[in-house]
Ligand binder design. Structure first.
Ligand code: SAM
Length: 379
């Protein structure tokens, strides 16, 4: 099979994870043409490189797999930390977001977070390239996307800049589509969208990343809407979480009968806890088998800004789990309190919450915009 035939075949298979209305666009925008010759796969143990020159067939097949492809580490610097700073999003999630955007021919689109440019090209296939502006904060990535889009014949405007300010020169837009997650929806996006237009962005709290916020902009300069979709994306640059280092000393010890399956494994609970919790707390799961191969794991709750952490170790067979807490914030206690708060609300599904954005900031509500439940605090 020639490479052209292989691409056609892979592209055809990729259309199957896309909503039917978008299959034509997929067929017109070959994903591999937007990917760098070296990318990485995230397998839970850190990013693993795949080089086109060394493994051309695997590289091509992975380019069309329904999985996210890591396209940049550490902002393109050689720090060796392995922090994922850009990726080509998972195709089925891209499809879900595009479907939710209900784009029509001629709509003006502001895409935030260009990355590879693949998503911008897909939008262009629907609305016309002249109607798409995309903003990427990383200069090198913006240039790569510019070149890939031009090479594929998509005359999309690629702006190098901070997309949280939008791009006023191209406003007003019918849609603002963000492909990085925010904890706070920038007011600039509301200001640059025409009344009746919509903003779609992955949204979350430091504790829970995330869901898709689907907001409609109103004539009074506010935007409101509900949450749908299970879409975890990387945070926009100024809302990223800082690195946390846990040195297990000087902690308070206790035990709990609460298993993480309930507050963290349950999507609705975890979303609700994120809303109830004072911001700044994230969680990480670290697996650690014993010598017989029994799966132990520890959930870490982290709030690096205050130097606080909590660990919660799960050992099979135990009914009480040891908890350690360090620092000025008692993160396990805070998490438990937020979990109780969410249960007192009646354990609502995340789809019952909504968001209003005004010039003063954003507020979360339950069932109706006048039933405010939380005011998110910025640390
Ligand atoms: C998940 S990737 C976007 C995927 C992309 N839509 C695609 O099709 O490949 C997120 C991108 O957002 C960029 N980014 C992060 N913060 C940004 C900001 N404030 N403004 C613009 N781009 C930003 C990152 O550099 C990264 O390339």
């Amino acid at each position: 099979m020639t490479e052209t035939d292989a691409v056609l075949d892979l592209q055809f298979r990729l259309t199957e994870v896309f909503p039917s209305r978008w299959r034509d666009a997929i067929a017109r925008v070959p994903r591999h043409a937007f990917l760098p010759s070296r990318f990485w796969l995230e397998d839970g143990g850190g990013p693993v490189p795949v080089d086109r020159a060394e493994e051309p067939q695997r590289w091509l097949a992975l380019s069309y797999a329904d999985r996210p492809i890591v396209t940049q580490l550490d902002d393109g610097e050689d720090s060796g930390r392995g922090y994922i700073t850009s990726s080509a999003s998972q195709p089925s999630i891209v499809g879900e977001m595009l479907e939710a955007s209900s784009l029509a021919a001629g709509d003006r689109v502001l895409e935030i977070d260009t990355g590879t440019g693949w998503n911008a090209a897909l939008s262009a296939a629907r609305v016309g390239a002249e109607n798409v502006v995309t903003v990427e904060i990383d200069k090198g990535l913006a240039e790569q996307a510019r070149q890939a889009l031009a090479a594929q014949g998509w005359a999309v405007e690629v702006v190098t800049g901070d997309g949280t300010f939008g791009w006023p020169a191209g406003a007003p837009y019918d849609r603002v589509l963000s492909t990085a997650a925010v904890q706070r929806v920038p007011v600039a996006w509301v200001e640059q969208t025409r009344p009746g237009g919509r903003i779609l962005t992955p949204w979350g709290t430091t504790f829970h990343n995330g869901v898709l916020a689907e907001l409609t902009v109103h004539g009074d300069g506010t935007a409101a809407g509900t949450f749908g979709g299970n879409t975890a994306f990387m945070w926009v640059r100024d809302q990223r979480r800082p690195y946390a280092v846990v040195e297990e000393h000087a902690f308070a010890s206790s035990t709990t009968r609460l298993h993480p399956y309930e507050p963290i494994g349950d999507f609705d609970a975890s979303f609700g806890i994120g809303l109830g919790l004072r911001t700044g707390v994230s969680s990480v799961l670290v697996f650690d088998d014993d010598q017989e191969g029994n799966p132990f794991y520890t959930v870490y709750l982290l709030a690096p800004e205050s130097g606080s952490w909590a660990s919660w170790r799960i050992e099979p067979g135990l009914r009480e789990f040891p908890v350690r807490q360090h620092g000025p914030r008692r993160l396990f206690d805070e998490m438990e309190a937020a979990y109780s708060w969410w249960k007192r609300l009646g354990s609502p599904a995340y789809t019952r919450f909504g968001l209003t954005v005004t010039a003063q900031g954003q507020q979360v509500w339950l069932d109706a915009p006048d039933q405010l439940v939380a005011s998110l605090v910025r640390l």
